[in-house]
Write a protein that binds this ligand. Structure first.
Ligand SMILES: O=C(O)CCC(=O)c1ccccc1C(=O)O
Ligand SMILES: [Mg+2]
Length: 387
């Protein structure tokens, strides 16, 4: 079923990390001061090492870091000895039994090794029509010709007072960003004041999007969003609680701006429920929560078929997870909106050797095989440990 020349999985190693943020990052959910996750290293019979990252967001969905730690020792022996495409098939089979972040990190590591085997970037690999079958040179060339080499990204400004948000918005524009996302909370007057001040500071041409992280109720959402044409808001993420699909659908009918689904998207089934209820015009897809790059692709394809546009975003994970998400965004021509991948500057370290610069509001996935980045082992050792 697979090409015999593919390497097999020999052994796996996983290292929990905790990386502090510069200061903190606040949303309506929480105030984040450190980011914790797990780096997976998958050694193959050809001597290559595929890497991946598991960075769950328990307040969203998909389980805790401990859930991921508990499942890795059970999955590792099952992957051992499998050729890479069979390892992918096993991860597909186990889909519903693994925490999504575990599946994401494991799949990333297998795909990184597979890209190194085929000598193509993860972007190209993800643009192939079928990953389980070995691609011909022609398949690889066609895929490589369809992808993007640069992805527009937004920066994100955490929930804070108006003056600090305005200062950050100005700084973002000076850095070359043309799309800014503001975290907002449940206070009507403060939000109106914030939007007025930030829009005035930005001028008319910068894209401005909001993220309420479930903190509004229907009436507050209607009050704020009814004025949104005035501030020219690109879209608002998850204004209502994730359980309120009827509210989201009703809101779409009474306010003049796009409503995006974020927290409500926990897997392909949840995406189908949102599509069936017409509850969002935009999907915010986080590969850590969707269960990896290929599940994310399935969600993007179904959304696109329903006329729903998609954005790929990070979960503020380290460089390993972010570069995977960047390859995913570059591989899918359906994704045209700015992606939420400009989060590495929030962390004190990205755990990778290569730089992933943000220039003029764009990021470029590495063109070298696989993920195209290498773990910074010394830094990982420094931040290793789950406490
Ligand atoms: O979208 C972005 O620009 C950054 C990602 C982001 O905002 C985020 C990061 C971690 C957890 C939740 C969220 C969110 O979109 O709600
Ligand atoms: Mg969000």
């Amino acid at each position: 079923m697979s090409t015999p020349r593919q390497p097999t999985v020999e052994r796996m190693r996983w290292t929990p990390y905790r990386v502090p943020l510069h200061g903190s990052f606040s949303s309506a959910h929480e105030r984040l001061v450190t980011r914790a996750g797990i780096i997976v290293e998958l050694h193959t019979s050809s001597g290559t090492v595929g890497i991946g990252e598991c960075a769950p967001l328990p307040e969203f969905s998909g389980g805790t870091l401990q859930d991921v730690m508990d499942c890795l020792p059970l999955v590792a022996p099952r992957l051992q000895g499998l050729v890479l495409s069979d390892a992918l098939a096993l991860l597909d089979q186990l889909q519903d039994t693994l925490p999504t972040a575990a599946r994401c990190g494991l799949e990333t590591a297998v795909l990184d090794a597979l890209g190194q085997h085929y000598q193509c970037s993860l972007t190209t690999l993800l643009a192939l029509p079928d990953l389980i079958e070995p691609p011909s040179t022609q398949d690889l060339e066609r895929a490589a010709s369809q992808v993007r080499t640069s992805v527009p990204v937004n920066t994100v400004i955490g929930a804070q007072d108006v003056a600090a948000a305005v200062a950050q918005a100005r700084q973002a524009v000076a850095q070359g960003f043309t799309c800014i996302k503001l975290k907002v909370g449940p206070q009507l007057r403060q939000t109106v004041e914030l939007l007025t001040a930030v829009r005035a500071a930005l001028g008319p041409s910068i894209h401005l999007r909001l993220d309420a992280n479930e903190s509004w109720d229907f009436e507050l959402a209607r009050s704020i969003l009814s004025s949104c044409e005035f501030w020219s808001i690109q879209y608002v993420e998850q204004p209502l609680p994730r359980t309120d699909l009827a509210g989201m659908a009703a809101l779409r009918r009474v306010v003049p701006i796009s409503i995006a689904a974020d927290e409500v998207l926990s897997d392909l089934a949840s995406a189908r429920r949102v599509l069936a209820r017409n509850a969002a015009g935009i999907f915010v897809i986080k590969p850590q929560l969707a269960g990896g790059p290929r599940q994310s692709q399935r969600m993007v394809r179904e959304a696109t078929a329903h006329g729903v546009r998609c954005v790929i975003t990070s979960t503020i994970e380290t460089g390993i997870g972010v570069v995977m998400a960047l390859h995913l965004a570059a591989a899918m021509p359906e994704i045209t909106l700015e992606c939420g991948l400009a989060t590495l500057p929030l962390l004190t370290d990205d755990l990778i050797q290569e730089a992933l610069p943000i220039q003029n509001g764009h990021m470029e996935p590495p063109a070298t095989p696989g993920l195209g980045i290498h773990l910074d082992q010394a830094t990982l050792a420094r931040y290793a440990g789950s406490h």
